[in-house]
Each structure stands twice: as structure tokens, then as C-alpha cells.
Design a protein around this ligand. Structure first.
Ligand code: PMT
Length: 397
């Protein structure tokens, strides 16, 4: 996805400048050609040598650089960029860009480019909330710039508030989303479920399962990065909420069903990777159940089978998590649940299934076509699925 993309990374003078090292490093590892531009103030916080070592490219710090090896035409980077991202972006660079200034290499590159520009503001809360900064941000949004909302937390000044640079994953997520806008799922509305449902026994205990949400999140991100409008319906997980994806958190199977029904009213695809409880306690105790002398018997009742019950013209893709007779059981579910495709998931195979970063699956479509994939990362599985979804959407309409 990022391979061979030229990403111009603008770094301005804020304490979060050190975090840009991680961004540059992860982008480079993902195969991008990262070209760094640092403002004069950024040089007060971190040195170009760090970025040159990480990216393998000369860092531009001055419009009038005379060193022949590093000399660069003042609009050269604006022309080769697939995307420009400024992280961290101070109130100062935001104001200069909003005014159309070109008084240093970074502002000049932004003014001259036709590539999409992403700005990740990072500054003291008062500066961020100042109406001047807010007006400048609103102006840039109106003009098509992508603004990443800063996160809240402890600030360099010692106080707490909004203004921190978000995690690298959020910034890279915004870059991938921007680059994928014209992908094969452009404008398609895709609903993805992830995680394991939690069925309450009492106010402190629930029946759950081992799903980490990794498979569902990987699918949601892969769809986003191909231009889809994604709604992710997730149970609570340890994963970061992905950038650019509408995310709704639910706990029980019943809650998940309600949200899936609403979200699929206008969907093109429903993809259920969530591990949904088949049974739930008949009643939930109002108070914590006390330990008694004997055992405890819980009466369980069936939950709705969400993917079978939700109706509409959209493509329905389910997963089958199996511990035996993988393909036979998956095919039965494909037919009984009325699915267009099922992803048969052997959850006993090494590196596959719950909690792992990898998965081993077989894609089975309702026309009988079957494709067994080798063990691969969950993101790679998600990409294979999205290739299929792209082809299937075309046929369904
Ligand atoms: O989250 P990870 O740790 O990354 O793990 C990924 C995974 C193993 C959870 C995932 O790859 C997977 O296999 N998900 C499906 C788990 C499951 O519930 O399978 P199932 O065979 O019980 O259900 C079949 C399909 O019906 C699933 O798409 C499920 O979402 C759906 N279902 C099940 C029960 C129910 N009441 N309603 C449903 O819609």
C-alpha cells in the first residue's frame, strides 16, 4: 500500500518533533520513499541526521541550500509527492499555510503542491483552542486539507489537555486512507464486525471468548485503504480505534445485532469477523452473585444469529471458526446462514485464529469456488478478502 509512494514529511518546531522519527521509520519500513522537510524551529528540537539515517534521503531545511548534493528546486518535492503530511504541525505553520505564505521550504512546498495534504496539529491546549488557530484549521478543512484531531493527555508544559500528537498508527492510518481514496472499493459502504461479544452474568462477570478483534480491525483498515466508507462494530478490545473509520462499540450479541441492522440499512457489504456468543444468560443478576456452599447453574438462552437474520441486498460474508471438520462445517454455515462467502478459519492450527497476528483461512464462495490461503498476516488475509469483495460487488449489482 505504501510501497513506492513518495511521502513528504514536514516537521515543525514542537516538542513532539521527536515522535516524527517513529513516523519516518515506520513509513520507510513500509516501503515508502520518505522525503523530510524541517522548518528552522524543528532544527532546535531534533537533527536532520536522524531522519537522513532512517529514510536514506537528504533532509531539506532551507530553500536556499547551496550544497550541490542537497540542492533542490523549491517546488521539486511538491511535484513528486503522493501525499504531504505535517506532523507535528505548530500553530505557526498552520497560520502560514492558511494565509498562503511561502516563506520557507515547507510552506512553499504545500502552496505549490497538487498532492493531498494532511496536517496533524500539536501544541499547547490554549494555542490550539484559540479562535485564530481554530479559524485557520476550519479554513484549511474547507479547502480540502485533512486535519488529524490532536489527542488529549499530559502536555510538555506539565498540564493536561488537548494538543498532543496522536500515535504513529493514527497518522499512518490517515496517510493510507488518503492514498487509498481511489481504490477498488471507492465509495462502497462496508460494515465490519470485530471482537468477541460479552454476555453479562452479573454486574462484574460475563461470558466471553478469546477474540482480540485483530482480524476484524485488519479488514476494516484494508477496506478503508481502498476507498471504502467503513463502519466498524466492535466489542471492547485492546486495539486502537482506527483513524478514518466510523467505530461503534457494543458488548452483547443483542447490542451488536441492533447496530448491525442500522448500519447495514445502506450498506454494500456486511463482513462479520466477530466471534458472537450463541448463548446468553437467561437473566442478568442485578447484584454480584455471592459464592455459596454448592455449585452454580446458569440457564442460557439462544442469541439471535445476526448474519442470518439481518436482511438486505448487500453482500454477506461470514467467518467460520472451527476446531474440527473445517471445510464441511464452514460449507454448512455458508448455506444455512445464506451467505455469499464464508472464510473458514481453523482456529487450532499454529499461528491461526484467536489473538494471533497471522491467520490461515480458506475462502469459500456460494458458487462453490474454494481458495486455501497459506498462513499470512491478518492484514494480508484482509487484502485477499478485499480483492474478492471488489470483484463480487461488481457482480451483485
Ligand atoms: O479477533 P481475533 O483474535 O483476530 O480472531 C479472529 C477470529 C478467530 C475471531 C475470526 O477470524 C473468526 O473466525 N470469526 C468468526 C468467529 C465465529 O463466531 O464463528 P462462528 O462459526 O461461531 O460463526 C459463524 C458466523 O456467524 C460468523 O461470521 C459470526 O460472526 C456469525 N454469527 C455467529 C453467531 C451469532 N449469534 N450471530 C452471528 O452473526
Amino acid at each position: 500500500m505504501l510501497t513506492n509512494k513518495t511521502i513528504v514529511l514536514g516537521i515543525t518546531g514542537g516538542i513532539a518533533a521527536y515522535k516524527a522519527v517513529d513516523i519516518a521509520s515506520k513509513l520507510t519500513q513500509a516501503g515508502a520513499n520518505v522525503r523530510v522537510i524541517m522548518t528552522k524551529s524543528a532544527l532546535e528540537f531534533i537533527t536532520p541526521l536522524t531522519f537522513e539515517s532512517i529514510t536514506g534521503n537528504a533532509v531539506v531545511t532551507d530553500m536556499f541550500q547551496t550544497n550541490a548534493e542537497h540542492r533542490i528546486n523549491h517546488v521539486a518535492l511538491s511535484e513528486i509527492a503522493d501525499v504531504i503530511v505535517i506532523a507535528p504541525a505548530t500553530a505557526n505553520i498552520i497560520a502560514r499555510i492558511a494565509c498562503g505564505m511561502a516563506d520557507d521550504m515547507l510552506a512553499c512546498t504545500v502552496l505549490a503542491t497538487k498532492a493531498p495534504v494532511i496536517i496533524s496539529p500539536s501544541m499547547h491546549t490554549n494555542m490550539y483552542e484559540n479562535s485564530i488557530t481554530q479559524e485557520n484549521i476550519a479554513k484549511l478543512k474547507e479547502r480540502g486539507f485533512t486535519i488529524i484531531e490532536p489527542s488529549a493527555g499530559r502536555l510538555a508544559s506539565g498540564g493536561y489537555g488537548i494538543g498532543r500528537l496522536p500515535d504513529t498508527e493514527v497518522i499512518i492510518g490517515a496517510i493510507q486512507q488518503t492514498l487509498g481514496k481511489s481504490g477498488n472499493l471507492k465509495g462502497k459502504r462496508i460494515v465490519v464486525t470485530a471482537g468477541g461479544t460479552q454476555e453479562d452474568i452479573d454486574p462484574v462477570r460475563y461470558i466471553g471468548n478469546r477474540s482480540s478483534g485483530k482480524m476484524g480491525y485488519a479488514i476494516a483498515e484494508a477496506a478503508r485503504d481502498r476507498g471504502a466508507n467503513v463502519t466498524l462494530i466492535t466489542t471492547p478490545t485492546a486495539l486502537a480505534i482506527p483513524e478514518g473509520i466510523k467505530t461503534v462499540t457494543v458488548r452483547s450479541a443483542l447490542q451488536m445485532k441492533d447496530v448491525v441492522v442500522k448500519a447495514t440499512a445502506k450498506a454494500d457489504v456486511l463482513l462479520m469477523a466477530a466471534a458472537v456468543a450463541d448463548y446468553t444468560p437467561k437473566t442478568t443478576a442485578k447484584q454480584k452473585i455471592k459464592k455459596g456452599a454448592g455449585g452454580l447453574t446458569l440457564e442460557l438462552v439462544k442469541t439471535p444469529d445476526i448474519i442470518s437474520e439481518v436482511k438486505g441486498k448487500f453482500l454477506k460474508i461470514g467467518f467460520a471458526a472451527e476446531t474440527q471438520n473445517l471445510l464441511a462445517n464452514a460449507k454448512k454455515k455458508l448455506a444455512s446462514k445464506g451467505l455469499d462467502m464464508i472464510v473458514a478459519n481453523d482456529v487450532t492450527s499454529k499461528g491461526s485464529g484467536f489473538g494471533t497476528d497471522t491467520n490461515k483461512v480458506t475462502l469459500i464462495s456460494k458458487d462453490g469456488k474454494q481458495e486455501s490461503l497459506p498462513l499470512m498476516s491478518k492484514r494480508e488475509v484482509a487484502e485477499k478478502l478485499m480483492d474478492r469483495v471488489g470483484k463480487m460487488i461488481g457482480k451483485k449489482r
